[in-house]
Design a protein around this ligand. Structure first.
Ligand code: P6P
Length: 341
């Protein structure tokens, strides 16, 4: 009979090498998994329930809130606030730090999450996901959690992962000891280990970018994207262009097959001069996962995980994926910067 490994069994094995905290982290992830199963149930029936479309509201990001966005956000907050291991949460949907109500026990972990990334695709039944990032509180003050406790650079993450609600529902996570994928078996209601120790191919054949924004990129970014579209690259032929428009789906595909995803800065919206993606809720967790799988993640020049956040929802350009491809982009930006000096 095929060996099945649950997330908890895998975590306990992992913690032999790198103990996070006796059981507190396991409780956190177990509760997050329950929240994801509840979200998955609604996402999989979205076409049958009155949960498609928007709520008519606009979130802190200036984006139309989808009904499932709002549902997923509420489920995660309600479940996680009472788990007794968190001192604060940050959601892409909420402007400010979410405090843990005083009636619940406080903990040392901070959960940062995007409750339903790619939600604009919900009505078209495109795969979407929940992205999460876990930090440990650094400041030990008796007072409530401050913004400075939460604004930590990505290299301080103790864990990161995503749930992808697609042809199958998966959990992919890392605690800094490799990247591991689990597939939900609906017949038993458990996420079972299906992709142990995921490694991203060092050289990719896929590039993933919204080329419709070409007129809004700077010349160096256009040169970097042209590298993948031309024959003058590591392959000696054009890469294949794949762009789903759902970050979790695009990065998950590249994690498995190899490739590079780019969301560069563009001048479409003066309010978003550094691109659309959020550093803390999206770029940092994806960067930890891809680095742990042997890939790289930059803003084009700097390592994503080294960027000190100034604001909760600050945005960053993102160039992430197979090491050789990200290095090629880094060289193009470095050469342009050297010429400009
Ligand atoms: P664009 C979804 O809204 C999202 O935040 C990511 O999931 C995705 O990678 C990106 O936006 C797509 O943005 O501008 O290409 O539609």
């Amino acid at each position: 009979m095929r060996q099945v490994t649950t997330v908890v069994e895998h975590l306990l094995l992992q913690q032999k090498e790198r103990p996070l905290a006796s059981g507190r982290f396991t409780r956190l992830l177990t509760e997050l998994i329950l929240a994801a199963k509840i979200i998955d149930r609604e996402v999989s029936k979205a076409g049958l329930l009155d949960v498609l479309g928007g709520t008519g509201e606009v979130n802190v990001q200036g984006e139309m809130v989808q009904k499932l966005d709002d549902f997923a956000n509420r489920v995660i907050i309600r479940r996680m606030e009472r788990v007794g291991v968190l001192c604060a949460m940050v959601s892409e949907e909420n402007a400010d730090v979410i405090e843990i109500p005083h009636q619940y026990p406080q903990g040392d972990y901070i959960l940062v999450f995007d409750p339903l990334d790619g939600s604009a695709n919900i009505d078209a039944n495109v795969s979407i996901g929940t992205i999460f990032s876990i930090y440990r509180r650094q400041g030990g003050s008796a007072t409530g959690v401050t913004l400075s406790d939460v604004l930590q650079k990505g290299s301080m993450q103790v864990a990161a992962g995503y749930f992808i609600y697609g042809s199958s529902t998966m959990l992919v996570y890392t605690t800094g000891n490799g990247v591991h994928g689990f597939t939900l078996d609906p017949s038993v209601g458990e996420f079972l280990l299906s992709h142990p120790d995921i490694r991203i191919p060092e050289q990719g054949k896929i590039y993933s970018v919204n080329e419709g924004y070409t007129p809004y990129w700077d010349p160096t970014t256009r040169k970097a994207v042209e590298y993948f579209r031309s024959c003058d690259n590591a392959l000696g032929r054009p890469y294949s262009l794949r762009y789903i428009g759902s970050l979790v789906s695009d990065i998950h595909r590249n994690l498995i097959y190899g490739g590079i995803f780019l969301y560069p800065a563009d001048c479409r919206d003066p309010k978003k001069p550094t691109g659309k993606l959020r550093l803390m809720c999206e770029a940092n967790p994806m960067a930890m996962i891809v680095e742990q799988a042997g890939g790289m993640a930059l803003d084009g020049r700097r390592r994503i995980l080294d960027i000190e956040p100034d604001e909760l929802h600050q945005r960053t350009p993102l160039v992430i994926g197979s090491k050789n491809d990200v290095l090629a982009v880094q060289r193009i930006y470095a050469e342009a910067d050297a010429e400009a000096r």
